[in-house]
Design a protein around this ligand. Structure first.
Ligand code: GDP
Ligand code: IMO
Ligand code: MG
Length: 421
């Protein structure tokens, strides 16, 4: 296989970072194609934890080229902080990390606007407060700043001035917040541009040339399909195309096709921020999943909401991204629980619905559960009959294989049932 995608199949935090790090071992390129430092991808190697936000999760592998594609929104200060952290573990240079000259820059104004809307606006989304939405808004309204603009002061002044007058009025009169002047922001961003110069390139042609010379490309999604701007649970979504389509728009797929699209799903469901969540648990089991699963956001430190595995959501995710297999993570958290349930369908208005199509009101969905005999595996020996039954049920319901399951945070706490690459 030459190209594989790893995509979150739920509401994010499914374990994409861990899986990407693992598959990066056999990849030549690892490419991020959307989102920004709203992502928090955790990797554990020999007891050492690394949390990546915008830098691809292949970075710990020396042979691997990490690529930040043009669909990503990049906040320069975070980028260099992250680089500094990684440099204490492994040396990162422009030889193993490339940034698209066409990626969109997140400015101070975007971050401040995101925070102001969340704290003062009428409808809270529960964003990560990193300026993601406002940066994508400017991109789409053609007033965004591209990474290449950081390299030329005159262009930077021109691009930053575009739309500034409108924002200044919002900050002054609506939100009553002081903001940096254009001169201050230009100077700050330009200094980052100087530092970033050697990392910046045309990543589309880089991917094209690599794929044509037979290199293996791994695409790393951020967030999850249910947070997609078009497919997700709008308005409680992020502002990018997190589903498979985002690869085409956010990095390019010059090799024409993906050989495998892996949907990463937790063996239960979590969500951070606002929005519907049919299988959410407000009881002891929910609290146990949160505690045992250490369900705390890697970017914002917020507690994640927890609930049972939701197959109607996964059936929908499969259709949105043409998933070819599932990587089921955190099965160890379910092991030994006093009860074990999987939602196989919803009841809505007296009807049974088995796919979370966008026309469905998820607030009205009453989950229908199949109960399982709990398994008590420690995953160091052959899987128990109960665990196999649970996996087989999920596969038969979804119609695609569980190619991988993970049973702990460390790189090698994983079972590959299919060989990728
Ligand atoms: P991502 O955003 O999809 O990369 O996921 P996060 O890193 O935000 O959240 C996943 C969390 O679960 C991290 O703390 C991982 O270290 C951890 N994790 C991943 N897979 C497993 C697993 O199979 N078992 C356990 N116990 N933890 C896991
Ligand atoms: P990874 O890649 C989980 C959520 C936020 C909020 C909504 C919009 O680690 O899976 P934003 O700041 O993007 O405008 O927030 O999306 N969100 C995530 N939830 N994991 C993530 O990333 C997320 N990135 C954004 O909590 O509900
Ligand atoms: Mg995360």
């Amino acid at each position: 296989m030459k190209s594989v995608a790893i995509i979150g199949a739920q509401w994010g935090d499914e374990g994409k970072g861990k899986l990407t790090d693992l598959l990066a071992e056999k990849s030549d390129l690892v490419v991020r194609y959307q989102g920004g430092h709203n992502a928090g991808h955790t990797i554990w190697v020999n007891g050492q934890k690394t949390v990546l936000h915008v830098i691809p999760s292949g970075i710990l592998h020396k042979h691997c080229l990490s690529v930040i594609g043009h669909g990503v929104v990049l906040e320069p200060q975070n980028f260099f902080n992250e680089l500094k952290n990684i440099n204490s573990i492994t040396k990162v240079t422009p030889d193993n990390l490339k940034v698209s000259s066409s990626a969109t820059v997140i400015t101070s104004y975007h971050r401040l606007l995101d925070a102001a809307r969340e704290s003062q606006g009428p409808e809270k989304i529960g964003t990560t407060g990193k300026g993601i939405g406002p940066a994508y808004e400017d991109k789409v309204s053609r007033r965004g700043i591209k990474v290449k603009d950081l390299l030329d002061k005159d262009t930077l002044i021109r691009r930053l001035s575009s739309g500034f007058a409108e924002k200044a009025i919002l900050f002054k009169h609506l939100y009553q917040i002081d903001i940096p002047s254009i001169d201050e922001e230009v100077e700050r961003l330009y200094q980052y541009g100087i530092q970033m110069k050697d990392f910046v390139t045309d990543t589309f042609s880089l991917i094209d040339e690599s794929a044509r010379s037979g290199k293996k490309v791994l695409y790393e999604g951020a967030q999850g399909i249910l947070l997609d701007i078009d497919y997700g649970t709008y308005p409680y979504v992020t502002s990018s195309s997190t589903a498979m389509a985002g690869i085409f728009t956010g990095a390019g797929l010059p090799q024409g096709q993906l050989d495998e699209v892996i949907g990463v799903a937790k063996a239960y469901t979590t969500r951070v921020g606002e929005g519907p969540f049919p299988t959410e648990l407000f009881d002891e089991i929910g609290a146990t999943l949160q505690k045992k699963g250490n369900e705390i956001g890697a970017t914002t430190g917020r507690k994640r909401r927890c609930g049972w595995l939701d197959l109607p959501l996964l059936r929908y995710a499969i259709k949105c991204s043409k998933l070819t297999s599932v990587a089921l993570t955190k099965v160890d958290i379910l092991s030994g629980l006093p009860e074990l349930k999987v939602c196989y369908a919803y009841e809505i208005g007296g009807k049974v619905v088995d796919c979370a199509y966008p026309g469905i009101n998820l607030y009205q969905a009453k989950p229908l559960y199949r109960e399982f005999k709990s398994f008590e595996d420690d995953f160091t020996s052959a899987p128990s009959k109960e665990f196999n039954e649970y996996l087989e049920y999920i596969e038969s319901q979804l119609g695609i294989p569980v190619g991988i399951y993970a049973f702990g945070p460390d790189r090698n706490q994983i079972k590959m049932r299919t060989d990728f690459f």
